[in-house]
Structure formats: C-alpha cells, structure tokens
Design a protein around this ligand. Structure first.
Ligand SMILES: O=C(O)CCC(=O)C(=O)O
Length: 406
C-alpha cells in the first residue's frame, strides 16, 4: 500500500512538473506571437501614416488612400479572426487535459467514435494531441466498391500513360513529370473535368462523411470552407519510400522557426481515406506540437524514428492528420493500395495557401468543373467552396514549390 502511495505521489509530481513546463512553453510561444503581431501592425501603421501625410500635403492620389483603407480593413479583420482562433486553440490546449492525471505522451492514440471518443470536440482534441485521428468505416459497402472500381480505372489509365497527372517514381514532392515510364505512386486530380469517374469523386469529396468531420476539425461553418485537392495514392511500381518530413516546414528549419510555424493555427484539414487496408503512413505522434529533438534531427531520412507509429487503416477508414506532423510513406510494390488523399481549407487562411493549391495545376480547370451531377445541397456546397478558392487565389504571385528537385 505504501509503495503504491509513493508511486502515485511520484507520478503526480512528475505530471505536475510536465504541466508546468508545457504551460511555460505555450506562454512563451504566445508572447512571441503577440510580439510579432505587434511588429507587423506597427510597420503597416507607420507606412500608412506616411501615406496619409503625403496625401494631405498633395503628394499622391486620394485613390491611394481609399485603397490603403480597404487593404488595412481586410488585414485587421484577418488578424482579428486569427487571434480569436488562436485563443480558441490555446484554451483547448490548456483546458481539457490540464486537470487529468494522465500522461498524454504515453497513452496510445484513440479512434474516434469508439465508445469513449464520440463527440466533435473529442475528434479535435485527439487531432490536437496526437497529430492525427482515425474515424473507422465511413463508407457504405456500395460506395466502397464503386470507389474501388473507379480508382482502378484511373490507375490503369495512369500506369499505361493515358492520364498525365501522376506522382512518379522516384520523385517525392511536386512538380512531377507527366511520363509514367519510371512507374507511379499516385494519381492526381480526381476532380478534373476529363476524369472518367469525376461525378463519383465529386460526390465523395463533397460528401457529409468528409465535410462533417472537416467542419468539426476546423471549427467552422460550411460557408467558410474552401475547395482544395483530391488525389489518389496507389501501390508503387517498385518498392519506394518518402523521407521523414513535415509537408510545409523544410528539414533545414531551425528549432525556433519550427516552433514558430507549428504554433500557427492550421487553416486546412487533410485526410487519407483507404479503399484497401493500408499501413503505408508512418508518423511520430505529438511531433506536430514541438520542434524536432536532437535525435530526430540526426535520424536517417529513411530510417526508424524514436516513437514512430504506423497508421493502421482498414478499408473504409479515414484518417485526418496535421500535415506538419513528422511523417513518411513506406510503400510495398506487392500490396494493393488505393487511398484517397484530400484536403479542404478554411477561408480565414492565407491567400498563399489558396495560390499554392491553384498552382498544383488545378487553377487551369477548376472553373470548368460541372457540378450538375451533385444533389442540390452538395452542389451549393461545391459552388461555394470553389468560389472561395478562386477568390482567395486570384491575387497574383508565385508561391513556388516545397522542394522542387526532390
Ligand atoms: O502516402 C502517404 O500516406 C503519405 C504521403 C505524404 O507524406 C505526402 O504526400 O507528403
């Protein structure tokens, strides 16, 4: 009994220490965020005050002041939205787990809707804690078999060189060439107007099975969602693997830079929906909340990582994951893989993200998609999401590629 009591007291003390450390880190990130916002605001304010002075003194057109007022109003509204969202994330990060005597770094990840994780908040709490959350069996047997047939058709076209939008071996990141001669590991643009099964993929992308968890994870209403990408990850033509990476933060980033970027709110949801059992995605749970450790920095790009976990999916399961979690793909050329790989954005996100999505090639055809095959509710949803993508992305500017030559 005494030993048990001593253990409990020791455990509690260790937990308390950890809670204190985490809270201090979070507060430091908050302070940095506030300081940066203040600098940004100061800079805008100064240059616009200069403009106001010039206009008063007859240098510069009145139109310039009007344009600056509109631009500043937009920036202020965006910052206000970001601040609110950041506060919401911060309070969630502190509140739900703060008083529980559980070490969330050592318990296994939970499946949503498995009895004790059942509310929308749980879904988000799980994603925030682990960096990914799995929702089992989101497809009916009929939908599963229709999607398997359609993905087989487009993959055959892609492997035989009749669909140019592909992920090719051995290239990890976009842009990919359009020749399939070295083999493929993915098929791009399932929503493209010339895609033979476009109607089915539209139904899948805009379905409640996807939209409703996305709204929960982004904590938003339907009229804030932004259309993004819908692709397919397939069995490669030869064994192949992706190196450890975060999708949006390069390996060369300093720990400070990583922490800053990881502290920013996420403005999109990304998912893998498996049509066959899939164990290709490997993640380091919780690594979306912190910079890499020295050990992780020193780890081999294609080697084992401490604490890594294979995301085990059954056909019909969907996993949502933070694309800045440390992850990699490990693919076996003998195991069938058809995994739908999509993302949906939030209108509060940056225009650079919308441009990034459009420059993946979808800008050339997104406005030609005919949504008339969808039922009325889904069609309205789709029209709105596309409109927001085009509006957000229409300002000029090239955002480049994440890692063009890899
Ligand atoms: O194959 C997967 O599930 C992961 C793909 C991936 O990591 C990526 O596209 O960046």
């Amino acid at each position: 009994m005494e030993a048990l009591l001593a253990w409990i007291i020791g455990y509690e003390a260790a937990q308390q220490k950890k809670r204190g450390e985490q809270a201090a880190r979070l507060r430091a990130i908050c302070a940095k965020y506030r300081e940066m916002s203040a600098k940004e605001t100061e800079c805008f304010a100064r240059s616009n005050e200069r403009l106001a002075r010039n206009i008063e003194q007859g240098n510069g057109a009145i139109r310039e002041a009007a344009e600056a007022i509109v631009a500043l109003e937009e920036i202020i509204a965006g910052m206000d939205k970001r601040n609110k969202r950041y506060e919401a994330i911060r309070s969630r990060a502190l509140c739900p787990f703060d008083n529980l005597p559980i070490d969330f770094d050592v318990i296994p990840p939970c499946k949503a809707h498995n009895g004790f994780l059942s509310t929308p908040n749980d879904l988000l709490a799980s994603l925030n804690r682990d960096g990914y959350v799995l929702i089992p069996s989101v497809l009916s047997p009929d939908d599963l078999s229709a999607l398997r047939a359609a993905t087989s058709r487009i993959t055959s076209l892609a492997r035989s060189g009749h669909w140019p939008h592909i992920r090719t071996l051995p290239k990890q990141f976009p842009p990919w060439p359009s020749s399939a001669e070295n083999g493929i590991w993915g098929v791009q643009h399932l929503l493209h107007p010339s895609q033979p099964d476009q109607a089915l993929f539209l139904r899948s992308y805009f379905s409640d099975a996807i939209i409703s968890p996305v709204k929960q994870l982004l904590e938003c209403e339907e009229d804030e969602l932004v259309m993004e990408l819908y692709n397919l990850l397939v069995r490669p033509d030869a064994d192949f693997a992706l190196r450890w990476h975060r999708d949006d933060i390069g390996a060369e980033a300093s720990a400070e830079e990583e922490e800053r970027r990881l502290g920013e709110p996420s403005w999109h949801a990304q998912w893998n929906l498996a049509l066959w059992d899939d164990r290709s995605l490997v993640v380091v749970p919780g690594s979306h909340r912190r910079a890499r450790t020295e050990e992780e920095r020193a780890a081999k790009p294609f080697g084992e990582m401490p604490g890594q976990r294979v995301v085990e999916m059954k056909a019909g399961d969907v996993v949502f994951y933070n694309n800045n979690i440390l992850h990699r793909g490990v693919y076996d050329a003998t195991v069938e893989r058809m995994t739908l790989h999509g993302s949906i954005g939030h209108a509060g996100g940056s225009k650079a993200r919308a441009r990034n999505v459009l420059q993946h090639g979808i800008g050339e055809w997104v406005e030609q998609i005919d949504f008339s095959s969808l039922d009325e509710e889904a069609r309205k949803r789709a029209e709105g999401m596309r409109k927001r993508l085009v509006e957000m992305g229409s300002s000029s500017g090239n955002v480049g590629f994440f890692s063009e030559n890899e």
